[in-house]
Design a protein around this ligand. Structure first.
Ligand code: SAM
Length: 233
């Protein structure tokens, strides 16, 4: 199994590993532990992910960047959930809710091709310096006909662009913003048949799948986050 502590781990990934190790040790509040700004934001994201995945049974599911396992722990009763994360301390928490922990870098997952029925990666590829690099890796681990669900911070969000320069002054490392359109183009090339993008706006809290054409520019700029689901052909 690749060693996530090896020197070749990027500076950015080392930062996030230490950041989430510390979160796991210092807070019992799930939303904060998983890096969300509020309970409401975490609830909206996790609820939308769970609704989008639907009720799954007898599946082998990989939760990439699983954090404390809050996204997928409800599925552990009827499925095998493998949680992959860089932070061993987050994984310690995840394992208490039935998630099978694997400590590894998502860019070097220790699994052969076609090994999962479902692969999800929610708010985690955003921690990579080049988030889109992980898309071929996630797709490769999925069996043909399996489902992929990814999510991240919306590059087009006006709010995120407004806040970013302010929080920069605090000296914090920023997660990367991602262009949903670029993800879609890459996944399409990789042979993933995509559903319309799910746009998530934290303020006010709601989600919307697809968009009427006249609303496209508004929703794109308003949504703080996004989810994309697809089936590997
Ligand atoms: C913002 S948290 C999201 C946790 C969970 N997916 C959720 O939505 O509640 C991001 C997680 O990704 C993990 N992570 C960051 N970079 C990673 C990498 N290169 N490989 C594996 N996990 C990584 C972090 O340790 C952290 O637990």
């Amino acid at each position: 199994m690749p060693n996530p502590h090896k020197p070749s781990l990027s500076k950015e990934s080392n930062y996030w590993r230490e950041y989430f190790d510390q979160k796991a040790d210092t807070t019992d509040v799930k939303s904060s532990r998983n890096g969300y700004l509020s309970n409401a934001n975490a609830r909206l994201m996790h609820h939308t992910v769970q609704k989008t995945l639907g009720s799954l049974r007898d599946q082998r599911i990989l939760d990439v960047g699983c954090g404390d396992g809050d996204v997928t722990s409800a599925l552990t009763i009827q499925n095998d959930i493998i949680g992959l994360d860089l932070s061993s301390r987050m994984l310690n928490v995840a394992s208490t809710s039935g998630v099978i922990p694997v400590c590894a870098d998502m860019l070097e997952p220790p699994f052969p091709p076609n090994s999962f029925d479902t692969v999800i990666c929610v708010e985690a590829m955003t921690c990579l310096s080049q988030p889109l690099e992980v898309l071929p890796i996630l797709t490769k681990m999925l069996r043909p006909g399996g489902s992929l669900l990814i999510g991240g911070l919306n590059f087009h969000s006006m709010l995120r662009r407004l806040i970013r320069p302010l929080t920069s002054t605090l000296g914090t490392q920023h997660p990367r913003l991602i262009m949903p359109g670029h993800c879609r183009a890459i996944l399409d090339e990789l042979g993933v048949h995509l559903e319309p993008t799910i746009w998530i706006t934290y303020y006010p809290g709601f989600s919307l799948q697809g968009e009427p054409p006249i609303m496209t520019p508004i929703i794109k700029k308003w949504a703080t986050n996004f989810l994309i689901k697809g089936l590997k052909r």
